[in-house]
Design a protein around this ligand. Structure first.
Ligand code: FAD
Length: 466
């Protein structure tokens, strides 16, 4: 029987990063993945394929809507080759997954393909083409999550689908009904809207992206509406039915009236649930809580001291980079180091266009906590860079402590803000004041100037270009 210092169950961004860091720190490491490809949700059916389709559909949308104003004439019968779009996405995914396999080899990490389940706290059975058991002094559970649904919805994975199927459809829907106005529903909704589908988003809450600063929800909805996405907020879906190629969604609105929507696809994007099926956590004595998550302490340690858990399967926001941070954290903890994660500074991003990005506290959170804060805002349309590219939608908002001027939250919507948020994370990690950001030179013309201007606005209402 092979024996390891560390075995990692699950090869998503949490698991594979944890394995690499363990190997870097000199531990003999194994990784177990039930699927044939490494990379987990993120690489196979999450972050990467969704971004590939967002990019492809963005190119098409630009060609149809914006090329002419740039003086580029294209034939009026420009067509989508959807099969090629999906094939390209698959190629991107394959290359990225191969990259992880390469990294495992490079770091001398043994890869086991098969379903991993605990025999006891130090032994894991792996059932794949063959069955074998390995011994591990320490185990990191990184089994991730699966799409959640509502109790009355029967997913048939053909017409009533989750994000996994939406990433590999065989045709462009005529009318896609999206249940849930969160990040996944909006990203995939925008993909199909750009490709010509009618898209209707039904959201239970009174705004989309409920966890984000209100100003972002409002602005994003305004822009998506302009692009033709229809929204029905404060609607509680209570029935989803399929009859042949037609799907009907029934919901109750605020006035308690029943409203029905008819389409050819329903995308159920109501969140994700932690995944521990078949892990046999009980055999190791590991506690799974009522939400299905593995309970961990501040060291990511389960109730069984030699077993840790990270990523989507534990508490906290379900994001790839959060899982990665926890992967590194656990590896370093096992190695006897004292790592640290600042959960307040995990950025949250939506890759629609315009992009949306956020870090730190929202205005609603500051209000609720009774913090004395000030706010500075700057519109993207006032930037030379935005005018040059035509990406004039959006804004940057900076919230800072009224007395100390320390930046407490940064919220952005606009071109390339998924990348711009890194400046805010860095500034906040070093506890910068709004004036610190305002006094740093930002290249001109860039979208990043909006961050400087919002910081100037937050400092003493000193924005220069509005
Ligand atoms: P996962 O990536 O879910 O990996 C878990 C792995 O464990 C899986 O491969 C699974 O097969 C394996 N596994 C489970 N049980 C066993 C077992 N018993 N034995 C062996 N293997 C097992 N996040 C972002 O940060 N940015 C984005 O842009 C983004 N876009 C997304 C788009 C979509 C459509 C979706 C669905 C998600 C997106 N996410 C994004 C979320 C992101 O994918 C997850 O937060 C991230 O993958 C979590 O990583 P993880 O390592 O915890 O788990």
């Amino acid at each position: 029987m092979s024996t390891y210092d560390v075995a990692v169950i699950g090869s998503g961004p949490g698991g594979y990063v944890a394995a690499i860091r363990c190997a870097q720190l000199g531990m003999k490491t194994a990784i177990i993945e039930k699927y044939d490809t490494l990379g987990g949700t993120c690489l196979n059916v999450g972050c990467i394929p969704s971004k590939a389709l967002l990019d492809s559909s963005h190119h098409y949308h630009d060609a149809v809507k914006h090329f002419e104003e740039h003086g580029i004439e294209i034939p009026s019968d420009i067509k989508i080759n959807f099969e090629q779009m999906i094939a390209r996405k698959k190629k991107v995914v394959d290359q990225t997954c191969d990259g992880v396999a390469f990294l495992m080899k490079k770091n001398n990490i043994d890869v086991y393909t098969g379903m991993g389940s605990f025999v006891d706290a130090t032994h894991i059975k792996i059932v794949g083409d063959k069955e074998e058991t390995i011994e591990a002094k320490k185990t990191i559970i990184a089994t991730g999550s699966k799409p959640a649904t509502l109790p009355f919805i029967k997913l048939d994975k053909e017409r009533i689908i989750t994000s996994t199927e939406a990433l590999k459809l065989k045709e462009i829907p005529k009318h896609m009904i999206v249940i849930g106005g969160g990040v996944i529903g909006l990203e995939l909704g925008q993909v199909y809207r750009r490709l010509g589908a009618e898209v209707t988003v039904i959201e239970y809450m009174d705004r989309i992206t409920p966890g984000m600063d209100k100003v972002l929800s409002k602005e994003l909805m305004k822009v998506l509406k302009k692009q033709g996405v229809k929204f029905h907020l404060s609607h509680a879906v209570n029935k989803v039915e399929r009859d042949g190629d037609t799907v009907t969604v029934t919901a109750k609105n605020k006035k308690d009236e029943e409203v029905t929507f008819e389409g050819d696809y329903v995308l159920v994007s109501v969140g994700r649930r932690p995944y521990t099926d078949k892990l046999n956590a009980a055999a190791a004595g590991v506690k799974v809580n009522e939400k299905g998550q593995i309970d961990v302490n501040e060291h990511q340690q389960t109730n069984i001291p030699n077993i840790y858990a990270i990523g989507d399967v534990v508490r906290g926001i379900m994001l790839a980079h959060k899982a990665e941070e926890e992967g590194v954290f656990v590896a370093e903890t096992i190695a006897g180091q004292k790592p640290h994660i600042n959960y307040n500074l995990i950025p949250n991003v939506i890759y629609t266009w315009p992009e949306v990005a956020s870090v730190g506290k929202t205005e609603e959170e500051l209000k609720e906590a009774g913090v004395n804060y000030k706010s500075g805002q700057f519109p993207m349309r006032a930037l030379g860079r935005s005018r040059a590219s035509g990406d004039i939608d959006g804004l940057v908002k900076i919230l800072a402590d009224k007395e100390t001027d320390e930046v407490l939250g940064v919220h952005m919507i606009g071109a390339r803000v998924a990348d711009l948020i890194a400046e805010a994370v860095t500034a906040m990690e070093y506890r910068a004041s709004a004036e610190d950001i305002a006094r740093m030179s930002h290249a001109h013309p860039t979208y990043a100037e909006a961050v400087k201007e919002a910081a100037l606005a937050a400092t003493e209402d000193r924005a220069l270009h509005v």
